[in-house]
Design a protein around this ligand. Sequence first.
Ligand code: ZN
Length: 371
Amino acid sequence: MKKITIFLSFAFGILQLAAQHSHQSEHALTYPNIDGYVTLKTDLHIHTVFSDGNVWPTIRVQEALRENLDAISLTEHLEYQPHKADIPHPNRNRSYDLALAEAKEHDLLIVHGSEITRSAPMGHSNAVFIADANPLVQTKAEKAFAEAKKQNAFVFWNHPAWHRQSPTGNPILSDFQKELIKKGELHGIEVINSVDYNEESLALALEQNLTIMGTSDIHGLIDWDYTEKGNDRPITLVFAKEKSLESMREALFAGKTVAVYNSLLVGKSEFLKPLIQASIEVVSSEYLEDTQVLEVQLKNLSSSPLLFENAMDYGFYSSSPVFEIQALGSYTLRIKTLEEKESIDLKLKAIGAFTAPKESPVVSWKISVDK
Ligand code: ZN
């Protein structure tokens, strides 16, 4: 008996080690790949004590590993350094260096970034994929953006609808931003920042052809600000040819993204539709005995609860036309096809997903009825 106990505790120890090695928590995020692309889970707007955040950079890496993210960027405010008296750091790459060292043994990409921080009308912008943060410290905002461009950085406009810079809570595209766009110095825009989804910012993204971004802008702990409240942190899904910094950078410049916050998914139709398509697996489909009622089992392969509305002519049996499939959960649909079919096109409107303000895509799945 004792031997068995020892063996069991040994085996348990090994299991624990294996679990520790992956560092994933029960809130690890997962989203399927889409045709031709790998889906990278990224958060490119994060703070630490090296600007106005409250944690050391290593904690950001550990949080990202727990959530199974593929890439993060620590984007310290270049111009706002409230902890400077306690943590002087003339080298503005310090936060990045510490994160890079912490992530070394892991499959987490660390993107070098900084936040260019100005009052309105310039606002806040993140420059990511920079080579060196130090030359971005400039008296004139124009010079900071020019330097970011010189370093081939991908630059996006942060929380354009922030009420402290825009009291209506709507973004104001200033002459400054128009000029940046014209000069090729601004490439993306946050449509989800922290808990705020801003559809006016989505309209701007589409109108100005800016990449759609979603970020946590975390200053405290992910666990306290999001997880404990039953939320996942907002992220940007980037559809890249492969999991590498260069491939990710390319995809961001090409606008291949979907911003995600819980059940909310925002992106261009050409990426959002395939993502939802791939997120639902049809597990089985068969007629209830001696009826023309088709029972279909669906499985959600993503970490977002998916909200749908029936978009077919067929009605549902014992099911609301509006329904939710929980994150990684299953759902049974009963469809009244009126006659026995060999296959049908399941068509659902994804009402938690937006390709434009107030516009949700209809996604379809070809279902072959099981014999
Ligand atoms: Zn920020």
